[in-house]
Each structure stands twice: as C-alpha cells, then as structure tokens.
Design a protein around this ligand. Structure first.
Ligand code: KG4
Ligand code: ZN
Length: 386
C-alpha cells in the first residue's frame, strides 16, 4: 500500500481471541514510529475453553461468530472513526484453526465488499514480529491500547523504560537486518529479515512449540489452561536447579528447536513421584510443582536464548525482536535482554498485551502486505512464511 497516511482496521480470529484494532499509519519519512494504535479490542475466550483443558475449535468458531461484529464495532467506536475513515482492512489469513480463521476472513471479505475497501491477507506469525513496530506508541499516544477480556477493560500500558531508566522510543532502534524469534502456542520460529517485507525462516521447532510445551506441562501437573502464565507464576518461587531437565538440540549446528523431550522428562518426573507412597512426595505438593515449573521454564529459556543469540551472531544482525504469547514470559524476556546486551544488539520485545494474540499488529502487517481482491482471499490454516 502506497498512501502515506492511512487508517487500517485489523481483524484477528486465528485461535481463541476475537480482536479488532484501528491503527493510524503515517509513514512519510520512515516506517519508524509511524504507527499509532487508536483502539485495540481483545475478547478472550479463555474462560470458556479452560474447562476443556484447551481450545475446542468448534466452540471457538461459534464464539467468534457471536462476537466478531460487536468487537469490530467496539474498535471503531473506541477509535472514534466510522467505516468512511477506514482505508484498508487487514485480516489474519493463517496459520491457525481453520474454522476460527474462516470467521474472521469471511467477515473481512464481507466488509471489504459492502464498504468497498481494499483488503490485505496477513500471516499471523509475521504480525507477531510487527508488534515491535508498535512498541513506542504506548506512551506516545493519547490513546493507549485498550484490551477487553470478558467485559473488563484493562489499564493503560505503562511507559516503556530502557537502559538507565531513560525512556526511549524503542522502535527507533529498529535497524536491519533483524532476527525475530516468534514463540507462541503453535509456533517457535527464528526469522531473518533484511527489510520490512522480507522474511526468511532460519530455524523452527521440529516437534512441540514452546507455548505448547508450557501448556502440556501445566496439564501434566493438573494446573489448568493456558499453561504459560500458570507455570511462570509458580516458577517464581521454585528452584530452577531442582530437576536437571534436558535442553533439547542445544548443541545442534542448526537453529532448530525441540521441546518434546523436555515435556517427556517432566512427565517422567511426575510419574516418578506418583510411585512414592510417602505423603511428602505428592504431585499436588506445592514445592514439587513450583520446582518442576521453575526447572522446566529454565530449561526452555536456556535453549531459546542460546540458539537465538547464536543465530544473532552468525547472521550479524542489527536488531533482535521477540514476539508471540511466550514472549510474555518474564524470565525469557529478562534473559534474552541480558544476553543481547552482552553482544551489544538492541533487543525489542513488545509489552505483554501486544505479545499475545491481538489485532493491532495485524493492521501493521496489513500496511506492509499486499492488497488482494476480496474474492481471492481464503483462510489457510497451514499458511507458510514466504
Ligand atoms: O501468541 P499466542 O497468544 O497465541 C498463538 O498464536 O498461539 O500464544 C499463546 C501461548 C500459549 O501457549 C500460552 O501458554 C503462552 O502463549 N503464554 C506464555 C505466557 N503467557 C502466555 N508462556 C510462557 N509464559 C507466559 N507468561
Ligand atoms: Zn499468536
């Protein structure tokens, strides 16, 4: 898309969050600091899926159908814009759950047709990377991103602070080439970008995604869904050295990952304790859960950070970006920042609300993407990075 000032409506429905955002784009001079979030509504279905221990696709799609139009209307109202002001619609095309994706795509196609607007299909994984372009806006903008979980609005995003307590516009640090680690419930990928539109996958998980491993470990420990936030909370008071869990593929010469061995090691640790008769040794014992959570989190973080930093050095990158739901993890954020500082590479990780699924980065990805006739846009659950 060429115009320098645009208002983009982003729509996201790839998993269990129905989200719509209005982003204002003013990229006359450069693409740094030119995105402003006017609204960002996220309606999470977590409370509904929790009781099933994971996302039930059919249930998710029905919820998207019910909520997508009110969420879009909410985003337009919050941004104080109407359909006349919208220059383009950006929609998550994939990857994700096919029935969930279809709800968003059909809605975007219909709006594009009825409103006569250009429509841009977006890759969800790329959008997790583009969240970094929004990093400076939280304190720049009078409209900070608002989230809606159930009916509840979440507080303003606090100003970002970097080194020395000095506030800095983080996205001013975006320089190419970039290495981006996307860690989410369905993906763990290392992407090399030589400019804003070029993505080359240089590594990925060969089995479970990092987020999937957090979710499965929480399930093994009978802690509920989603596992990431529960495990990271428990880990705060656990001993990360209590269990020597494996660091899968840590020393392999490529940049791929494997988390299934780690997950199985946790399962064996739990089964081992189940065989003990003594009361002191029980899975539900808090210290056991805390220690497993801390040791697991440490093992997963060690591998993610080690391989990412190694790739950063090998590819001689100028900026390191991290995104996706697992990028909300405190230990991972802190460890990656420390290691990136050691090799003097600026590190950008968006605030937590922009790491997990939301539509604002979808709008940014739409800006960098290609308009397609709405008739040709189809949901694609296995959409690859190209
Ligand atoms: O990006 P996302 O919201 O959805 C997908 O595209 O998959 O990521 C969801 C994943 C879940 O697996 C969840 O457990 C994980 O992100 N997650 C976390 C944390 N918060 C969410 N993992 C580790 N630590 C967290 N604090
Ligand atoms: Zn995601």
């Amino acid at each position: 898309m060429r115009k320098s000032r645009q208002i983009i409506l982003g729509i996201e429905s790839s998993c269990d969050e129905t989200s719509a955002a209005v982003v204002s784009v003013n990229c006359q001079l450069s693409t740094v600091n030119c995105f402003e979030i006017l609204s960002n509504i996220v309606l999470s279905q977590i409370d509904i899926h929790k009781k099933y221990g994971g996302v039930v696709p059919e249930v998710a799609a029905r919820q998207h159908v019910k909520n997508i139009l009110p969420v879009i209307q909410g985003a337009l109202d919050e941004a104080k814009v109407s359909e006349k002001d919208i220059d383009a619609i950006a929609i998550t095309q994939g990857p994700g759950l096919i029935t969930s994706l279809m709800v968003g795509v059909e809605t975007a196609r219909t709006l594009a047709y009825v409103w006569d607007k250009p429509c841009v299909p977006v890759n969800h994984i790329k959008a997790h990377v583009y969240a970094a372009w929004l990093s400076s806006n939280a304190h720049n903008s009078p409209h900070s991103p608002l989230s809606l979980r159930g009916e509840e609005k979440i507080d303003r995003v606090p100003p970002l602070k970097v080194r020395g307590g000095q506030e800095e516009l983080l996205s001013e640090l975006i320089k190419f080439p970039i290495l981006a680690l996307v860690v989410s419930g369905g993906h763990t990928e290392l992407l090399f970008m030589k400019n804003e539109k070029s993505f080359k996958k240089i590594g990925q998980t060969l089995d479970d995604a990092a987020g999937e491993a957090f979710d499965k470990v929480a399930k093994i420990l009978d802690l509920g869904y989603p596992g990431g936030p529960i495990i990271s909370k428990l880990a705060e008071t656990g001993n990360p050295q209590a269990f020597a869990f494996p660091r899968g593929m840590m020393k392999s010469p490529d940049f791929n990952f494997s988390f299934s061995g780690l997950k199985t090691a946790v399962l064996y640790a739990v089964q081992g304790i189940q065989k003990q008769k003594h009361k002191k040794f029980q899975v539900s014992s808090f210290k056991f859960q805390e220690n497993v959570a801390a040791s697991f989190q440490q093992a997963a973080t060690d591998v993610l950070v080690y391989k990412t930093i190694k790739a950063a050095q090998q590819y001689k990158i100028k900026t390191l970006i991290m995104g996706g739901g697992v990028a909300a993890n405190k230990l991972l954020r802190e460890t990656m920042r420390t290691e990136a500082e050691k090799i003097h590479i600026p590190f950008i990780v968006p605030e937590i609300k922009l790491c997990t699924d939301n539509a604002a980065p979808i709008a940014v990805a739409g800006y960098f993407g290609k308009v397609m006739p709405w008739q040709k846009i189809e949901a694609d659950s296995g959409l690859e990075i190209k």
